[in-house]
Design a protein around this ligand. Structure first.
Ligand code: RBF
Ligand code: MG
Length: 353
């Protein structure tokens, strides 16, 4: 499952670009459309009435969208409250759709204006920003009956497009011809397709196959943080716990790895690494340490032939091959014996590399 967010500001052509992605083979969802559906539902209307009053409904009890727009675009507090009602519902609906269509290699592209404004970007594998200058955007909105004054007011409720460009992984300049925009969408779609394949392989733990597509091992990077302290004392197998900011699509389990350690630590195993780091071999575990109860996911490496304090140092871990699933062991001794076997196995795997 690979999900990209498509954003931009009002009138910059997001929907046109979304159609292009649909033609290229993506499953596309327009968050505005989801909102339209939600606004037909009694449950949502009740919540909106409580927030904005009966004045935003017409005689038949339908929402008067113009009145709502008038109200919320000049009152930030109300606008945020309305968004707080609608956004969780939108994500719930979208997630349901994505779950129903479960297909590892499919690419979903979700069009939504306020992803960056409300910090939703972490829900997406990648972010794409569509941009034009403001002038043509205001002109385009005019075609939909929105006056320049209204357009400016609405645009002022959104982050500057420059910020959205900077925050995105990909940008599409929609100021030129249709062909030019299409060419950009196509190039991005190609990259997303390759990434989706890799993500799908990683979600199954197939790091050796992912390496073929990536041209290098899949890796994670992060600073060493303090762990539970069990590894050294209880298990005689010290591990470095790595802080991974964005999580990883990699399937939990035990892996043979290479660890790139900052150059202050000389490596007896493999000598000097090329670019400012020394390469060690090791074995990693991604998981919840079920032997010790219910824990959050941790990322740990045991580095072979290593001594020294890595706390606070930045490590890179290259995943070479998956060894097994993480398991709950009846006692610490059994876990320790298994990890000893994992170490032996990892050394065999890495010898072949
Ligand atoms: N913990 C488990 O509960 N089950 C496991 O199968 C398991 N396998 C591991 C394999 C390796 C190679 C390493 C380094 C750790 C493993 N752990 C496992 C994590 C272990 O519980 C952890 O290192 C200690 O609790 C210290 O935090
Ligand atoms: Mg649109």
């Amino acid at each position: 499952m690979f999900i990209a967010g498509l954003t931009g500001n009002y009138g910059m052509g997001k929907s046109a670009v979304l159609s292009m992605f649909r033609e290229l083979g993506a499953i596309t969802i327009d968050a505005d459309l989801v909102i339209k559906i939600l606004l037909l539902e009694k449950e949502t209307l009740k919540k909106i009435k409580a927030l904005l009053g009966a004045g935003v409904f017409d005689k038949k009890g339908n929402l008067d969208k113009k009145k709502i727009a008038e109200k919320i675009f000049k009152n930030k507090n109300l606008r945020i409250k309305l968004e707080n009602i609608l956004h969780p519902l939108v994500f719930e609906r979208i997630n349901n759709l994505i779950r129903a269509l479960k297909d590892g290699n499919k690419i979903f592209i979700i069009e939504a204006t306020l992803i960056f404004e409300r910090g939703h970007e972490n829900r997406f594998d990648r972010m794409i920003t569509v941009f034009t200058d403001e002038k043509p955007a205001i002109k385009r909105l005019g075609l939909h009956g929105i006056t320049p004054k209204q357009a400016k007011q609405r645009l002022s409720c959104q982050l500057p497009i420059k910020t959205k460009i900077k925050k995105a992984d990909f940008k599409i300049n929609n100021s030129g011809t249709l062909e030019k925009t299409k060419a950009q969408a196509q190039a991005i779609y190609k990259k997303l397709s390759a990434e989706a394949k890799v993500k799908n392989l990683l979600s199954k733990g197939k790091v050796h196959e992912a390496k073929k597509l990536l041209g290098k091992p899949y890796s994670i990077e992060g600073k060493v943080i303090r762990g539970a302290g069990r590894g050294g004392k209880l298990l005689n197998i010290p591990t470095a716990n790595i802080s991974v900011q964005k999580g990883t699509p990699l399937k939990e389990g035990v892996y043979a790895v290479k660890v790139i350690v900052p150059p202050t630590h000389p490596s007896p195993a493999r000598g000097e690494g090329k670019k400012g780091g020394n390469i060690f071999e090791g074995v990693a575990n991604i998981g919840k340490n079920p032997t010790f109860g219910i824990m959050p996911v941790s990322y740990e490496v045991h580095i072979f032939d290593f001594s020294g304090n890595l706390l606070g140092k930045k490590l890179r871990v290259d995943f070479i091959k998956r060894i097994r699933d993480e398991k709950k062991f009846p006692n610490v001794k059994a876990l320790e014996a298994q990890i000893k076997k994992d170490i032996k196995k990892a050394k065999e795997i890495l010898k072949g590399k």
